[in-house]
Design a protein around this ligand. Structure first.
Ligand SMILES: Cc1cc2nc3c(=O)[nH]c(=O)nc-3n(C[C@H](O)[C@H](O)[C@H](O)COP(=O)(O)OP(=O)(O)OC[C@H]3O[C@@H](n4cnc5c(N)ncnc54)[C@H](O)[C@@H]3O)c2cc1C
Length: 381
């Protein structure tokens, strides 16, 4: 067992942190207030090589291994205060690039991966529907075969990146009688007649990450835009979720470290009753708990990523890590506000935003309750 980053990974980590701190944090309070997604930051990340990290070099990617990718995502979470932007980036990588890399035909990989890596295109996946959330495979969107085409009809909601999306992976059922084995994934390009990006939704946190509704009205796409084969939707979705649960949480870990360091600095500088507040055990204990959560989260997440790097499918480990890190992150952000007192509640201190952003972690990529269902299910319940 080896708990150390290699010299190359450690150097890369530093480089990512420097890049994120210098390039991705400008005008943060206003962008959060205005729910503004930054396309220029997107392009900077692409130029740096972030979007391409997990994609093989033959398609223009960085060909990084799972742990190096995780290391970079954690470093981004530490260096970049824009959790919403990182959420959009993670969604693009794990729910669009990874399924195409893992399940796409050679032609699909050649057509889409270079554009997704270069920053030219933004990707997203749309599974959730108004009536199908946690029970994802009960979706009602239908795909009917018509000659050399499929015709899609249905409504999707909570689709991250919808507003700026160029490539949509739409999950639809080709035959409800086969459920869930009729669920399939389709590649739909922006501008396809019948693909309608609906209203933008407004959120409590992660506001710099756009989210919206999508309607598919007799949306006709070529049959070659089916990803893998009919009925592969479940396998494609599970693969995305496994990656997403591991790597989005890596960005959470980086954020937890950043928040903890901010608290340590504040607890040293802020004095009450004639001494730094960190000297009060009530405050010191909160910082100790933040550190314990961070370290526990790292052990869980690194193990899940290591299993992935061994070619295993860490369903149990990635669910445990996702459940733990998302909830730990919320608790650490709550503690951070408490340590900062009234100032922590004020927008200018940029702590309340971390909490608003963290809350979503218990909902996306499978709610906390669903992670527990998965874990208990593996024990036969
Ligand atoms: C910020 C954000 C980004 C998102 N991005 C995307 C995206 O890009 N693409 C996409 O397709 N979706 C996306 N989603 C949707 C997300 O996947 C769903 O919100 C999530 O799966 C829960 O579905 P729901 O909101 O319909 O809640 P519901 O499924 O209606 O759940 C409501 C409550 O009931 C609980 N519950 C449901 N079933 C069970 C059960 N069996 N046992 C115990 N408790 C249960 C839930 O845990 C929850 O507490 C996003 C959501 C958020 C918040």
């Amino acid at each position: 067992m080896d708990f150390a980053w290699t010299d190359e990974q450690a150097a890369f980590r530093k480089e990512v942190i420097r890049f994120a701190q210098q390039e991705l944090n400008d005008d943060m309070i206003r962008r959060d207030h205005d729910s503004e997604f930054s396309r220029s930051h997107w392009n900077k990340c692409a130029d740096f090589g972030i979007q391409g990290l997990p994609v093989p070099q033959e398609y223009g990617g960085g060909g990084a291994d799972t742990l190096t990718t995780l290391c970079a995502l954690e470093a981004l979470g530490y260096g970049c205060r824009d959790n919403g932007f990182l959420f959009s980036l993670n969604a693009h990588m794990w729910t669009t690039e990874i399924p195409i890399t893992a399940f796409g035909s050679e032609a699909q990989k050649r057509r889409y991966l270079p554009k997704l890596i270069s920053g030219e295109w933004i990707g997203l996946h749309a599974m959730t529907e108004p009536g199908a959330g946690s029970d994802a495979y009960s979706l009602r969107t239908r795909a009917a075969r018509k000659g050399n085409c499929y015709v899609l009809n249905g409504t999707k909601t909570f689709a991250t990146n919808a507003e700026h999306g160029d490539l949509f992976i739409i999950f639809a059922n080709v035959d409800p009688d086969l459920n869930p084995n009729g669920v399939s994934a389709f590649l739909v390009e922006k501008g396809t007649p019948g693909l309608i990006v609906g209203k933008k939704l407004h959120k409590m946190g992660l506001r710099t990450s756009p989210i919206g509704e999508i309607a598919l009205v007799d949306c006709e796409i070529p049959a070659e835009n089916l990803l893998d084969k009919e009925g592969s939707g479940q396998a494609i979705f599970t693969t995305s979720m496994e990656w997403e649960r591991t790597c989005i949480m890596a960005s959470h870990l980086g954020m937890m470290q950043r928040v903890m360091e901010t608290c340590i600095k504040y607890a040293r500088e802020r004095s009450q009753f004639g001494q730094p507040i960190g000297k009060f055990s009530a405050i010191g204990n909160k910082i100790a708990d933040m550190d314990v959560r961070l370290e526990t989260g790292r052990l869980l997440l690194y193990k899940a990523a290591w299993l992935k790097s061994q070619g295993r499918h860490p369903l149990r480990e990635s669910s445990i890590a996702k459940l733990y890190v998302s909830e730990a992150c919320i608790q650490s952000c709550l503690d951070a506000i408490q340590i900062h007192g009234g100032y922590g509640y004020m927008t200018d201190y940029q702590i309340e935003r971390e909490l608003r952003d963290a809350v979503a972690g218990k909902i996306y990529s499978g709610t906390s309750e669903i992670q527990r269902v998965i874990i208990a299910g593996l024990h036969g319940f």
